[in-house]
Design a protein around this ligand. Structure first.
Ligand code: URA
Length: 234
């Protein structure tokens, strides 16, 4: 990462405005490599900076794996609260680049959700070109008709308002009304719309269990864990 000015660095990590950063410097709260810093234009290595003696919070970026609970929205719009971002430390909301979800889960979908401030990673993981598999468990209002398995696999299922049919998807029956669906794309409300379009079925509960090689493990609903930005699972 290219070195940034101290005032820019602190404001981009959500600590304060650039103006406040200058006041913090004047007050002697910031040190670089053990020495009190006063110049807002200094471009130090982020790892050498301390605020009130504390190292900077994730200066190289953030990648989080969250177990999204039901009822939270993947939006930054406070009018749609409660938001998934409410589960994170408040300072992370003020970071620039912003911490954002990698794709979205519906308000009434639970499970594995990635969040990051790495724009390139968001593009790579959400692009259908990269075919990252996402696995969902869908509860259905009626028994799963077996003919849906080849229909989902065929890559011909057309959803209203979409230009192209759904890419081939893997459907596995777990029990008569519980199915596992693996998608390599992420159209709006895709799983719910696929069951509705294919057989008029309603998805009564939807939970994402995996994203690429990543799974939730024993993460409780509402909890998150940090992933390394060069995680081999991505
Ligand atoms: N498909 C849906 O219908 N909803 C989600 O949240 C994710 C995939």
């Amino acid at each position: 990462m290219t070195a940034r000015r101290l005032d820019q660095l602190l404001s981009s990590l959500g600590y304060c405005s650039r103006r406040d950063a200058r006041d913090w410097l004047k007050a002697g709260r910031i040190s670089v490599a053990g020495k009190v810093a006063s110049d807002p234009g200094l471009k130090p290595a982020a790892a050498a900076v301390r605020i009130d003696g504390e190292p900077l919070d994730h200066p190289e970026g953030l990648l989080l794996l969250l177990n999204k609970p039901l009822g939270l929205t993947c939006s930054h719009d406070l009018r749609e609260a409660p938001l998934v971002y409410d589960l994170l430390p408040p300072r992370w909301r003020d970071r620039n680049p912003v911490v954002t979800t990698v794709g979205r889960l519906d308000k009434e979908t639970s499970g594995l959700l990635l969040l990051t401030d790495q724009t390139d990673l968001v593009h790579r993981l959400t692009s259908p070109k990269h075919k990252v598999p996402k696995i969902y468990h869908a509860s259905l209002d009626r028994d799963l008709p077996s003919e849906l398995i080849p229909l989902f696999a065929a890559g011909t299922l057309q959803l209203d308002g979409e230009e192209s049919p759904c890419a081939p998807a893997t459907l596995r029956q777990i029990s008569p009304r519980l199915a596992e669906v693996t998608l390599i794309e992420g159209k709006y409300h895709q799983v719910r719309r696929m069951f509705a379009a294919a057989a008029g079925l309603t998805v009564t509960a939807l939970h994402r269990t995996a994203f690429g090689n990543l799974t939730l493990g024993d993460l409780a609903p509402g909890a998150y864990r940090e992933l390394s930005l060069d995680s081999p699972d991505l």
